[in-house]
Write a protein that binds this ligand. Sequence first.
Ligand code: ADP
Length: 397
Amino acid sequence: MNILVINAGSSSLKYQLIDMSSEKVLAKGVCDRIGIAGSVIKHKTFDDRNVEKEIEMTTHKDAIAALISVLTDKELGVIKSLEEISAVGHRVVHGGEKFFKSAIITEEVMKTIEECVELAPLHNPPNITGIRACQQVMKDVPQVAVFDTAFHQTMPKKAYIYALPYEYYNKYKLRKYGFHGTSHKYVSERAALLLKKPLDQLKIVTCHLGNGSSIAAVDCGKTVDTSMGFTPLDGLAMGTRCGTIDPAVVTFLMNKEGLDTEKMDAIMNKKSGVLGISGVSSDFRDLDAAIEEGNELAALALEVFTYQVKKFIGSYACAMGGLDAVVFTAGIGENNPKVRRMVTSALDFMGISIDEAKNNQRGLEIDISTEGAKVRTLVIPTNEELAIAKETKKLVG
Ligand code: ADP
């Protein structure tokens, strides 16, 4: 059974074709600059028959047609025809309060996803366009929506209600939703396998640290709290996002600098985080290089970030009333031993301590704790595409 995974953005569309019998990626790629001059498809196959070619793609439908044509191409292809695609799994950012798990796409489901546009105006519209394009090009293939927010729908009300007038929750569904749910779910399930314990007996803090970063408290396989909120701006300081700040700072800065909402939004989303503090970069590799050269603000940015991650681990251990494992995942979590060291330093008192040699390994699913550590610290590479494909397989049978 082959499943096509689609992650549609406003001008790009990423895809992977996965053979579910072996979980092998047959081909993957990206259609870039959709609707912009110079649109291009970059396609990689499992056996390195890679290609990058300019194809005119004015709509997402053109992009789907283009990727189907390379997937089935005589020379570059990995399948003979569309019939070899059993189902399509779509990443959908926001499922609001309606979706607490993935869903087979029907017109009713589409209507509900459309209702969630208000909650994710930048993300849901391109996701919808991607689904519609697939429906047009692959009429008879079942489609599944896998939501970033769904895994966190198990949060209790005390964790997701903001202390604002309650009418805004009723009126606008203004509440914490959380994101990266597919990744938090995937790594918490892998953690249980690695620890050889049932997931429903484990208290885990999962740290998804990438350009966007979020942390989740996963108690017995269910999210009980998470750091992102109504939007993915909340929680940790990130590459370019400010994360949690005193809300009064927003009106203060708008008044002082004469900023409108759009400009304020851009500052908080695109000019803040470790980029904002350091003035160097949003990429942690650049920060590390700048720190090597003695850049104090880069060092401060790293301290702010790792201090915040540490505080979330502590607060979520309290929220769950215990802790069995901490998981590091995503670009930084998987590849940056220094971040893991700084986050876990001086946490012996709560049973967390890591082995320096194990911590310095890369690209592995590994337990990096010291021998007798009460709380296990794990590095688990995330795989959101495989997680989406697995969800899709589960639903279409
Ligand atoms: P996104 O949220 O866009 O998916 P990623 O998960 O790719 O982001 O994370 C990007 C961050 O991960 C960057 O700050 C980068 O420094 C770090 N990163 C990614 N790959 C590596 C690597 N191989 N070595 C060191 N750092 C990496």
